[in-house]
Design a protein around this ligand. Structure first.
Ligand code: UFG
Length: 331
């Protein structure tokens, strides 16, 4: 029996495929390759190029492969884009998951680990954020993730579907050794954008706002290493296989760093001055997002390995130095 990783050629998906293989699982990967890269997957992994909204393609896959659980990353995931193209986001993310659940039901596959997001919380009511805090997304991307969580909940009430939804905070870093890493087109995330400066691809970083109610005025986020996220998916899968009940878990490092602190740390790691300038706030950015991951630590047995921001940035730096154009030269 194998684990199907949907969206397996994406950033977090490809790191999870690698972690599953290292843990001895049989893996099948699928991706529509809109934002993912075939080169991010080991060549020996069976790969299906399909869209999660394509029921016939999913049925065919489930007919051919023996799948005992699904890890579902396949989604559009840019906050800004989601505000411009809400219909695409609901179609890819919510409708896509509906089609997937229908196909799973038809093939008696009952376990799913779902990529949710800290974006479901919107402006936090407490910091650190608990899973029981209210979820009021401030953008369309977060709305689609919350709608999928509710879809999973109600489907699990009415059938034998069981799920774990993992609410990631700021995924970052890369597989140590620089084989796979983060490659978005266009890039919108802080750490890769910072590293484009010492790579000579960008002149300076724009800091989006320095007048937030934080100690240095810049936004605070919880940066969690992608390999730690990957491990959490394996634990969530084991949790479901043990027959435990469906649930939702935050995944963060529990530490908050400001944009200015991330920049200073990247200057140390790279030895480059990385010039920066203050730019206007980016609409929709909450001042401070930090997770409590106590529930995942206690109930999933999650033990994040990367507690130092410098170590996280170092792994990202190795990846970007060895692949300055991402997967472009390989795909
Ligand atoms: N930032 C800058 N300059 C940049 C890019 C980002 O100052 O050039 C700042 C942002 O304003 C924010 C912080 O860096 O304060 C982090 O920004 P990212 O875009 O890297 O990440 P976000 O916190 O906006 O988004 C992340 C995930 C989303 C998820 C969200 C949940 O990337 O998928 O967390 O809140 F929805």
């Amino acid at each position: 029996m194998a684990i199907l990783v949907l969206g397996g050629a994406g950033y977090i998906g490809s790191h999870t495929v690698l972690a599953l293989l290292q843990a001895g699982h049989k893996v099948v990967a699928a991706d529509n390759l809109t934002t993912g890269y075939r080169a991010a997957l080991p060549p020996q992994v069976p790969f299906y190029q399909l869209d999660v909204r394509n029921r016939a393609a999913l049925d065919k896959l489930f007919d051919v492969e023996q799948i005992e659980g699904v890890i579902h990353f396949a989604a559009l995931s840019l906050v800004g884009e989601s505000m411009q193209q809400p219909l695409s986001y609901y179609d890819n993310n919510l409708h896509g998951t509906m089609v997937l659940l229908q196909a799973m039901q038809a093939h008696n596959i009952h376990n799913i680990v779902f990529s949710s997001s800290a974006a479901v919380y919107g402006e936090p009511e407490n910091v650190p954020i608990l899973e029981t805090d209210s979820a009021n997304p401030t953008n369309c991307y977060g709305e689609t993730k919350l709608a999928i969580e509710k879809l999973l909940f109600w489907t699990s009430q009415a059938s034998n579907l069981r799920y774990v939804a993992l609410r990631y905070f700021n995924a970052c870093g890369a597989q140590p050794g620089g084989q796979i890493g983060e490659a978005h087109q266009p890039e919108t995330h802080l750490i890769p954008l910072i590293l484009q400066v010492p790579l000579g691809q960008r002149q300076k970083l724009a800091i989006y706002g320095d007048d937030y109610p934080t100690p240095d005025g810049t936004c605070i986020r919880d940066y969690v290493h992608v390999c730690d996220l990957a491990q959490a998916h394996i634990l969530a899968l084991n949790y479901l296989m043990q027959g435990k009940q469906s649930d939702v878990f935050n995944l963060g490092s529990g530490q908050g760093f400001s944009v200015q602190q991330v920049l200073d740390c990247a200057r140390q790691v790279t030895g480059h001055p990385i010039p920066a300038e203050i730019a206007p706030r980016r609409p929709g950015d909450p001042a401070r997002l930090v997770a409590s991951s106590a529930k995942a630590i206690q109930q999933l047995g999650w033990q994040p390995q990367f507690s130092q921001l410098a170590d996280i940035i170092e792994t990202a730096w190795q990846w970007h130095c060895s692949h300055p154009n991402g997967y472009a030269e390989h795909s």
